[in-house]
Design a protein around this ligand. Structure first.
Ligand code: ADP
Length: 491
């Protein structure tokens, strides 16, 4: 059976997936990565460590699955977005890569907005320190010598591509995370580049995720034990590639990732920016499609927090008590604002805080636990509304991440959002799976054959009566934020 190899360059792990022609996972392997934090707010990695991790994971997969490895037909790439790998004219790395979670460039975001107030409309996103452009303004200011020597800026996975193919290429979905791409037009924006002092010559070529970016070069082929000349697909940024991995490829399809933070991802038919509500609009990794994301900074983290706070031994143990409450008890439980780390969509308010409201003598751990998982659902309902405000339709969401372990929470979310949710097996391999699927598309395979949604493990239909009963509580949740936001400490 022939396979495609997906390479997903995460922040804490580089993952590989071998995927067959039906888009199904054959085997996977990973190799850990560490983040260096030399100063507060900084997060860096040495790109050469990424290459070593790739060679290591490839060796493991090759040894365990020699047959499938020998039948690799193409390679796809996905990975952590927004990071800046700075290379000189000879493509030598100039400094450690500045990662997506490095927040040193807050002041530079303000400067970018001052220089080009229309930035969010072109880039589909607000200027935030996670993105690439403000990082380059920081380098220009603090490392001017080095800034002058920059031949090219590559995104993390695209630096790996350079090592594999000797081509400087990015794909639309990852390029959309730089704040240099005109996301609606799917091309570098001269205006955005100029605002951060960059030139078109310093940008890689941009192609669709399902197009061929180059072929495997001899030295890389030798290092990985693969044949020279294998095609390497454009691939995608981690969220876009994960979406392809779980079959979210058509408008209205998407996923809800309930990890430490939360992401609501929906494919759209057009470019639909809504930066005023801090919605992220990106190109999808597939031609002619875009995607939007609402981001919740503290999601399943809230459950972990309240579990610790109430002294339960595990999330599951607290949830057992929460499940035992009646609907009437739930509808009298306190309300909770889940903003333990500030909030992104829709408020873009770093000062937002967690709030419990409406405690009485009946309030116990179970009711507090319920308030928290319900509050996370309400926050996500606000995120969904921000997508709909931009004209987006949502048909179906696949629930992934640690929070998907609780069927009770999944049902509550379906009732709150009024949308059918499903859980699937194998969502963890998402990014690498998606990258491998994009490699199959680059070989000319049909999207309908390769990008199928996995068989659902469970389906959660919204209950109309509970959706209606939750409405006044959602209104209360929104009023609570409006009433308390000015009280939050600003320091
Ligand atoms: P990360 O974003 O850090 O990768 P994960 O997807 O691994 O996060 O999910 C971790 C989250 O899963 C924790 O915040 C925790 O609250 C939540 N969690 C752990 N156990 C359960 C459970 N039984 N039901 C629902 N959520 C859970």
């Amino acid at each position: 059976m022939n396979t495609a190899l997906g390479i997903d360059l995460g922040t804490s792990e580089l993952k590989l997936a071998l995927v067959d022609e039906t888009g199904a996972l054959v085997a996977s392997a990973g190799s850990p990565l560490t983040v260096s934090r030399p100063h507060p707010h900084w997060a860096e990695q040495d790109p050469h460590d990424w290459w070593d991790a790739l060679v290591l994971a490839a060796r493991e997969l090759r040894e365990r699955h020699a047959d499938a490895w020998a039948r690799v037909q193409a390679i796809g790439l996905s990975g952590q977005m927004h990071g800046a790998v700075l290379v000189d004219e000879e493509r030598r790395v100039l400094r450690p890569a500045i990662l997506w979670n490095d927040t040193r460039s807050s002041a530079q975001c303000d400067e970018l907005m001052r220089r080009l107030p229309s930035l969010p409309q072109i880039a589909g996103n607000l200027a935030m320190p996670g993105f690439t452009a403000p990082k380059l303004l920081w380098v220009a200011e603090h490392e001017p010598e080095l800034f002058r020597r920059i031949g090219q800026v590559l995104l993390p996975k695209d630096w790996l591509r350079w090592r594999l193919t000797a081509t400087a290429v990015s794909d639309m979905s990852d390029a959309a995370g730089t704040l240099w791409l005109d996301v609606g037009r799917r091309a570098w924006s001269p205006q955005l580049l100029q605002a951060s002092g960059m030139t078109l010559a310093q940008m890689p070529a941009v192609i669709e995720g399902s197009a061929v970016s180059g072929t495997l070069q001899r030295d890389a082929a030798l290092a990985l034990g693969l044949p020279e000349g294998l095609p390497v697909a454009g691939g995608g940024g981690d969220n876009a590639a994960s979406a392809v991995g779980i079959g979210a490829v058509q408008p209205g399809e998407g996923f809800l990732s309930l990890g430490t933070s939360g992401v609501l991802f929906v494919v759209t038919d057009r470019y639909r920016p809504n930066p005023d509500s801090a919605v992220h609009a990106f190109c999808h990794a597939l031609p002619g499609r875009w995607h939007q994301m609402s981001v919740m900074l503290s999601a399943a983290n809230g459950l972990q927090w309240v579990t610790r706070l109430t002294g339960f031994s595990s999330e599951a143990a607290l949830l057992e008590r929460v499940e035992a409450l009646s609907d009437a008890e739930r509808d009298r439980a306190p309300l909770f604002l889940p903003y333990l780390s500030g909030e992104r969509t829709p408020h873009n308010d770093p000062h937002a805080t967690g709030v419990f409201f409406g405690m009485d003598n009946e309030t116990d751990a179970a009711r507090l636990g319920h308030a928290v998982i319900e509050g996370v659902g309400f926050g996500l309902a606000d995120g969904l509304q921000a997508l709909r405000d931009a004209g987006t339709e949502v048909h179906r969401l696949t629930l992934v991440g640690g929070g998907a372990r609780s069927a009770h929470w999944a049902q509550l979310l379906a009732n709150t959002l009024g949308i059918e949710l499903q859980t699937v097996a194998g969502a963890e391999a998402g990014g690498a799976m998606g990258a491998a699927r994009l490699a199959w598309l680059a070989l000319g395979r049909d999207e309908r054959d390769v990008c199928r949604a996995p068989t659902p493990r469970a389906l959660f239909q919204p209950r109309a009566d509970r959706h209606a009963a939750l409405r006044p509580r959602l209104e209360g949740f929104r009023a609570l934020y409006r009433a308390t936001r000015e009280l939050a400490p600003r320091a």
